[in-house]
Design a protein around this ligand. Structure first.
Ligand code: CU
Length: 116
């Protein structure tokens, strides 16, 4: 579990460590991975940004299934029913902005922005 939060923690330390040029560049670079938790029939983040070739890890912390998907051209995916207490990594290879929803709970919506 810790591995998924590594980049986030590292970025936080970079910011807390000061405002040297090196830390500033590091904190501004888009991460290769973002973690989005599904909890209380919602996403814990409604917008994330990652680098092309990176992934978004969807974590289901609810007691029932979700089915995350995107139909935005260039970023289509459908992970199928995702069981409680599981995580699924979704790779994004092309830059763009992709709308992500849940087939079971239509009001769940978030956006993944992929940059070069
Ligand atoms: Cu759902």
């Amino acid at each position: 579990m810790r591995i998924y939060f590594g980049p986030v923690l590292a970025a936080a330390i970079g910011v807390a460590g000061g405002f040297s040029a090196a830390n500033f560049v590091f904190a501004q670079a888009a991460p290769g991975e973002a973690v989005v938790v599904q909890r209380d029939i919602d996403f814990d983040k409604h917008a994330v940004t990652i680098r092309a070739g990176g992934q978004v890890v969807y974590v289901n912390e609810d007691r029932f299934g979700h089915n995350v998907f995107s139909e935005t051209p260039g970023g289509e995916f459908d992970i199928g029913r995702q069981a409680p207490n599981s995580r699924v990594g979704v790779p994004f290879r092309r830059p763009g902005t992709f709308t992500v929803n849940c087939r079971i709970h239509p009001r769940m919506e978030m956006t993944v922005t992929v940059v070069q």
